[in-house]
Design a protein around this ligand. Structure first.
Ligand SMILES: NC(=O)c1ccc[n+]([C@@H]2O[C@H](COP(=O)([O-])OP(=O)(O)OC[C@H]3O[C@@H](n4cnc5c(N)ncnc54)[C@H](O)[C@@H]3O)[C@@H](O)[C@H]2O)c1
Length: 319
């Protein structure tokens, strides 16, 4: 198969990720067949797509007409066979449970065209394990989107033990056509790429707060106004190049030994969870958000991400 033969993408699982992925796929001009076991989830997914579109319209990224056309390209299914029968590319986004993903992959394989590409959006399970019983594992790989998937440019493509070069190449090409910035992860490692970096920072942030070095608010200020301010443009390795590798080497020699190497999450995090403080969704986490804050916070987050995307495109186009 080549990239021009792809016109229909099936998305299996219409939750947080599946709904955003279907919007991204439809906005790029593909038919998006969205499948879920639950009618109610499909309804919620379409409502989520429409609320994302409202933000895109408000920020001037999409017109009302473009949004209407994209929405019309999203077709909802509660029959898996119908959803995948005509799809050349299938994205699995069901909950993160190995047995469930294995079963869903088998069901997809039984119903999809024999040469269709099948990818999993797993956050950290092994692609090779998910497709272990597959008859054509060469057509599968990981395709890890980042939340909110319709906005964040990165997509990580994970090579399974048996993924073919052709499959990896096609996923890469499709990601580019969807407006993404793909990165190829050559080996299956827990946490893939982004989550390893994210959780290394999370562990260090938790450690500093627990030891009373800084408050939770100040950890976030250090990140947003310092490291995060630089990171959209200069990653940690280029930062070291700019600072001087000799300087970074000397700092690493004394600092690495003081960094957190905790093997389990700290009690502080477990205590918050036991108290029912789960973050925005419960109204309180490290911060107190109050009731009904989730919609407002997500809207604000999406608006700032859209502006950042625009700025990134502007700066990229100058290169
Ligand atoms: N949420 C994130 O930030 C994020 C980011 C990257 C990757 N992921 C990964 O994406 C996948 C989906 O995560 P999510 O956050 O969208 O989950 P979610 O719980 O929001 O959505 C999962 C959806 O799958 C549906 N489902 C359950 N069983 C199914 C089946 N047998 N067939 C079809 N649909 C079924 C559920 O009804 C639900 O709508 C997971 O593997 C997760 O690890 C999540």
């Amino acid at each position: 198969m080549n990239i021009d033969q792809i016109n229909t993408v099936a998305i299996i699982g219409a939750g947080t990720m599946g709904s955003g992925i279907s919007l991204c796929v439809a906005a790029a001009g593909y038919q998006a067949n969205l499948f879920d076991v639950s009618d109610r989830q499909l309804e919620k997914a379409l409502a989520r797509v429409q609320s994302c579109q409202e933000v895109l319209i408000r920020e001037g990224i999409s017109s009302h007409e473009q949004a209407r056309q994209s929405l019309a390209r999203i077709h909802c299914y509660t029959d898996l066979g119908e959803a995948v029968a005509q799809a050349q590319f299938i994205i699995e986004a069901v909950p993160e449970e190995l047995e469930l993903k294995r079963r869903v992959f088998r069901q997809i394989e039984e119903a999809c065209p024999p040469d269709a590409i099948r990818v999993t959006n797993t956050s950290g399970l092994s692609v090779s394990e998910i497709t272990r019983e597959s008859l054509s594992p060469e057509l599968s790989a990981g395709m890890h989107w980042v939340n909110p998937p319709e906005l964040v440019p990165l997509v990580e493509i994970i090579r399974g033990e048996k993924s073919s070069d052709e499959t990896i190449g096609l996923i890469y090409e499709l990601a580019v056509k969807l407006g993404k910035k793909p990165v190829l992860i050559q080996k299956e490692v827990p946490g893939i790429g982004l989550n390893r970096l994210q959780f290394a920072l999370f562990r260090e942030a938790l450690g500093m707060v627990e030891e009373g070095v800084v408050s939770a608010e100040d950890v976030d200020r250090i990140m947003c106004y310092g490291l995060g301010f630089r990171y959209p443009w200069i990653g940690p390795l280029k930062t070291a190049d700019l600072g001087g590798l000799d300087v970074f080497f000397e700092i690493s020699k004394y600092l690495f030994q003081h960094l957190s190497d905790a093997k389990t999450p700290p009690p502080m995090l477990a205590d918050l969870i036991t108290a029912g403080h789960l973050g925005v969704k419960s109204g309180q986490g490290f911060y107190d958000y109050g009731q009904d804050a989730a919609g407002h916070i997500l809207d604000r987050r999406d608006s700032s991400f859209i502006r950042q995307c625009r700025l990134m495109q502007e700066i990229d186009s100058e290169d």
